[in-house]
Design a protein around this ligand. Structure first.
Ligand code: ZN
Length: 307
């Protein structure tokens, strides 16, 4: 069943459809009181008692798991050993997310699912010092492995695609293509997150419910993190060295929104860059992202043409 059915239901504008039908005059006060429980009662009747009970139990066990995951990440943060940061997918995600997004979550704004609840609990602990520790460890790891082969030119993430239009995310782009199309890493780097096994009815199957099966690659040369979401297959592991142009997975429709009917069939791409002087992680905007992809396409064509 839909995990966030109840909360979606609450967002639906009221005033249409089956409203309270009152056969007798009632006071405004009791009407208001009635209206407050009406939403819950409506959700309950739609869901069925058994389902609601199951949901209740799940909410309680979810809360426990949220605490546990946040605690695990906090212990790693306190340990300050970047070699171990990859042990928590939530910590890695938090280290990736922009400062703006983390500030928002820690204020409790826009927390819409359990993965964001976990991130919200550790957001305040993700300092620029912690990020720099992580990135310098990844830089050393990269330098040790890069001698096995020169980093290649940037690669386009897909060979053939069309840009999505009218999207509601200013700092990401959707590249549309048939599912199953291979996804290539744009830059050489270290894969820091390789979430696979997304399941619609398991809130903890991936560290981002919205992202679904996701790969994040850190490119030390530019201090940029590349995030590829909604994948079907994931072909790399966290901690692995990846070369620009290497296949990291395939296009799918994993994630709470991408899995809805009529969605999917696209790769969601984000790039976050760390600005050393400002000590801040910022997302690239849509136009910048398109630019990067177009540049990679040109370089790739030149490289393929020259060969
Ligand atoms: Zn998207």
């Amino acid at each position: 069943m839909e995990l966030f059915h109840a909360s979606n239901e609450e967002k639906r504008p009221s005033g249409s459809g089956d409203q309270i039908k009152s056969p007798r005059k009632i006071s405004r006060r009791s009407l208001l009181k009635g209206a407050a429980v009406f939403g819950a009662a409506k959700a309950l009747s739609q869901m069925g008692v058994e389902e609601a009970e199951a949901k209740g139990e799940r909410d309680i066990s979810n809360a426990g798991r949220v605490k546990e995951e946040a605690r695990k990440a906090s212990i790693l943060i306190e340990g300050a050993d970047p070699v171990r940061f990859l042990e928590s997918r939530y910590l890695v995600s938090a280290l990736y997310y922009s400062d703006r997004f983390l500030r928002k979550l820690s204020r409790g704004e826009g927390v819409s699912d359990v993965s964001e609840e976990i991130i919200a609990q550790i957001a305040g602990k993700v300092t620029s010092g912690l990020r720099e520790q992580f990135m310098s460890y990844l830089g050393r790891k990269f330098a040790a492995e890069v001698r096995n082969g020169q980093p290649k030119n940037p690669s386009p993430p897909l060979i053939d695609f069309i840009y999505g239009r009218g999207q509601n995310h200013p700092d990401a782009i959707d590249l549309f293509i048939e599912e199953g199309a291979l996804v290539y890493t744009m830059r050489s780097g270290i894969a820091v997150l390789a979430d696979r096994g997304w399941k619609k009815d398991n809130s903890f199957s991936t560290s981002s419910l919205k992202g679904g099966n996701t790969v994040i690659v850190y490119a030390p040369d530019t201090k940029e993190f590349y995030r590829y979401c909604h994948l079907r297959d994931v072909l790399v592991k966290a901690g692995e060295f990846v070369m620009a142009g290497q296949t990291i997975g395939s296009v799918g429709h994993s994630g709470s929104n991408a899995s809805k009917p009529g969605r999917g069939k696209h790769l969601h791409l984000e790039i976050n860059r760390y600005y050393e002087r400002e000590k801040e992680m910022r997302p690239l905007f849509e136009a910048e992202l398109k630019n990067m992809v177009e540049q990679a396409k040109r370089k790739h064509r030149m490289f393929v043409g020259a060969d």
